[in-house]
Ligand binder design. Structure first.
Ligand SMILES: Cc1cc2nc3c(=O)[nH]c(=O)nc-3n(C[C@H](O)[C@H](O)[C@H](O)COP(=O)(O)O)c2cc1C
Length: 372
């Protein structure tokens, strides 16, 4: 039995901003899947698209290294690939050399993407050390040169994703915003944490709102969104043009479907237990189009299971069995046993956002390139 979320959300949602435009291209709904390296590859994104009945506003690639892209590394070039239903589509690039970033951006444009995004948020030491990712927040002169060069090399709009600063005592969001706008970028995405925070603590939405209040271009806020209520809450309270949902979408991949329903005036539904079972079968089908090794397929399913199954009541033991499965058959047997064992289901129990980073080290094993 599906369980409705309180109705007043529908009326609240009817009063918030539900779309924005990037150089004339409409982004609707304005809540989209944030890029997550090691997670939001084409299979994951297509799953999200299917779950929401094709009603996604924007899709973004995992971050792509221009260093390797411009060497035509086939694995990296494939990261730019997207399915037609993913449009409008952004390819996000990272690097620290203005010329190479411009070259990489030109390749992005050639790939047919709608937008190219510059990553200024990645906290990984090996990237920051070379001046890329959030390292750019400490060298706004280079960020300026990168945006200027990228702008010169492409006709598609250029967007920029940043953190609020390097550390608590080095918050420089407004200076960064000035550079981003001054160089003609078309949208600013703000993850409300510092580089020093990594993924811990909470995002600072007050800073995001401050940037929005002064912005000349659309501002997308990001951090700690898990439930459809959080989407409405952030739009209401902080006045941003849109929101991006990262780890919350791994716990709750139905969130974009719920937002799309809400924006159509429908009460969003919690997924049923049966839909939980279907989720993994659908994901496997999409993964098989990209890979065939059982170990890799199993790894991907477990990555999702570690988060999604947390939302089920009394599921700890069964979840451990699923995560210890050695074969695909065992995975689905254990999953079905777990789902069958839940007698009282009144919707998902989504954990406090403070736990989005996971308590166990194994839960942030995905996205190795992106970790701090
Ligand atoms: C495993 C992982 C990989 C990530 N990879 C990227 C990336 O490639 N590009 C990017 O801009 N942000 C990346 N991020 C950051 C997210 O897009 C997002 O800004 C961050 O997780 C905060 O949002 P959340 O609280 O909704 O998760 C990554 C985050 C995680 C957890």
């Amino acid at each position: 039995m599906s369980v409705p979320i309180p109705d007043s959300l529908v009326s609240r949602a009817s009063r918030v901003t539900r779309e924005y435009h990037v150089e004339g291209k409409r982004i609707f709904p304005n809540a989209y899947l944030a890029p997550m390296s090691g997670v939001t590859d084409i299979s994951f994104r297509r799953l999200i698209s299917r779950l929401s009945g094709g009603r996604t506003g924007l899709m973004v690639s995992e971050f792509v290294t221009v260093e390797e892209l411009t060497k035509l590394n086939p694995r990296i070039c494939r990261q730019m690939a997207f399915a037609p239903e993913e449009r409008p589509f952004t390819v996000q690039i990272y690097g620290a050399e203005p010329d190479r970033m411009a070259w990489g951006a030109a390749m992005v444009e050639e790939s047919g993407a709608d937008f190219v995004e510059i990553n200024c948020g990645c906290p990984a030491p090996k990237i920051v050390r070379k001046g890329g990712g959030s390292g750019l927040l400490r060298d706004l002169g280079n960020l300026k040169a990168i945006i200027a060069n990228v702008k010169k090399s492409v006709r598609i709009p250029v967007t920029v994703k940043v953190r609020v600063g390097w550390a608590e005592d080095q918050i420089n969001l407004l200076e960064t915003q000035k550079v981003v706008e001054g160089e003609g970028a078309s949208a600013l995405v703000i993850h409300g944490r510092t580089r020093q925070q990594g993924y811990k603590g909470l995002a600072n939405w007050d800073l995001i709102a401050l940037a929005k209040s002064q912005a000349k271009i659309p501002v997308v806020g990001n951090g700690d969104i898990l439930r459809v209520e959080d989407v409405v809450d952030k739009l209401e309270r902080y006045g941003v043009d849109g929101v991006a949902v990262g780890r919350g979408a791994m716990h709750n991949p139905w969130i974009f479907n719920q937002v799309a329903d809400l924006y159509e005036g429908k009460t969003p539904q919690e997924p049923t237990l049966m839909e939980h079972g279907q989720l993994f079968r659908q994901y496997l089908e999409l993964l098989r189009e990209e890979m065939d090794q059982e170990g890799r397929l199993l790894g991907k399913l477990k990555q999702m299971a570690a988060r999604v199954l947390k939302g089920l009541p009394n599921s700890k033991g069964g979840r451990t069995d699923v995560l210890r499965s050695m074969t695909l058959n065992a995975f689905f047997d254990n999953l079905d046993t777990l789902l069958g064992s839940i007698s009282e289901y009144r919707g998902r129990i989504l954990h406090d956002v403070r736990e989005l980073n996971g308590k166990d080290a194994n839960e942030i094993e995905f996205g190795k390139d992106y970790r701090n």
